[in-house]
Design a protein around this ligand. Sequence first.
Ligand code: ZN
Length: 258
Amino acid sequence: MAVSACHLESDAFLVCMSHALSTEKEEVMGLCIGELEPSRVVHVHSVIILRRSDKRKDRVEISPEQLSAASTEAERLADSTGRPMRVVGWYHSHPHITVWPSHVDVRTQAMYQMLDQGFVGLIFSCFIEDKNTRTGRVLYTCFQSTAKGSENERLEIPIHVLPREAISKACLESAVELPRILCQEEQDTYRKIHALSHLDPVTRIHNGSVFTKNLCSQMSAVSGPLLQWLEHRLSHNQHCISELQRERQQLREELDKL
Ligand code: ZN
């Protein structure tokens, strides 16, 4: 039986968005951690960003090791929150293309559903320009796979982003992990190329500068905005603390008068 809806917490949504917007050249992906409620609503509490071993423009794959590491992380979260957390879905980005799942996506989703009926797929389409307003557009969708004859078909699942006042520890950890993972991916690619012995010195210098340039673009696209966002949260929290302290002082004064 298909799930009835997907509730994505706003801080988890933010991590997905930062990840999706980190590159417009290839698709990125991750796993969703949360719980399947008795009403068959999938509630996504946090996400795990997956490191890609092989960057391809239009393919994303999850290795069994990554899936098992994600399950361990879900167990850790279940222990700390006291809620039955597990891996409830996967997400990936569609840079420059429509939000709808491809045939490969629907097939992959069907495979996950064979293991877990409540598993969902999320897609974030970005770097698309709205022709009328000439502004960037971000679209997202949640889907499951349903059998039609011998084929599998996309089944759209209603998705709602739930506002959250605070950011959860798990989401904060994932957000901070993002620049580190992206940097590691660049390093892996660079090391592979650098190990090729037949390259002449000019090509080597060129490769080195491409590596530096990619790291710089990441800093401006991901690390910079992330830092800004965290600083903004910090000042917001400090403001809340001073408000609460003022309130406490007032209450104490009132108490003293009695
Ligand atoms: Zn896709």
